[in-house]
Design a protein around this ligand. Sequence first.
Ligand code: XMP
Ligand code: MG
Length: 183
Amino acid sequence: MESSDIEGDLEEILLTEEQIRDRLSELSRVIEADYAGEDLLLVGVLKGAVMVMADLARELRLRVTMDWMAVSSYGSGTESSGVVRILKDLDTDLTDRKVLIVEDIIDSGLTLSWLLANLNSRGPESVEVCALLRKPQAARVNVDVKYVGFDIPNKFVVGYGLDYAERYRNLRSVGILAPHVYG
Ligand code: XMP
Ligand code: MG
């Protein structure tokens, strides 16, 4: 299926491939300046952050290593509960490392808040966050996110790694799912 066919399932395209690319390129220049000469560990949160990680990591002119974590939030339906379980842990020892968590989206902030506390307990030199998307109106906890791609409305979005029932992750853009798709 062509990407353009899947885009018919979207009510609205919020961010095009070009907008995402340009913004990640801007963020990369800032990250490069902040970590100049440093060894940076990028920690991607599976599965949603796969696309951001792939594009951000290739854009960065820095020495980086990459590792992955998979976590699941317990809770009812689409609501995050803040109680998080590790499904796949890092292979990397974080002692004295400079860590940048790479996330797709910050919604309530509960998952990220837990993740920050967890990684900070492992003796890293620093832990910062880069998230492509953030929903300010959905925030339930304040999390300090150093690098944010875009603030978006409080709507369920898919594409560029984000899914609805595991689909749409391969869309090149980010959009709001059309109501007919839920049917
Ligand atoms: P919290 O609420 O803990 O949740 O910040 C973060 C995680 O929830 C998922 N999430 C979404 N996934 N479209 C998605 O496809 C969305 O609009 C959305 N909002 C939250 C995502 O896994 C994120 O890491
Ligand atoms: Mg995620």
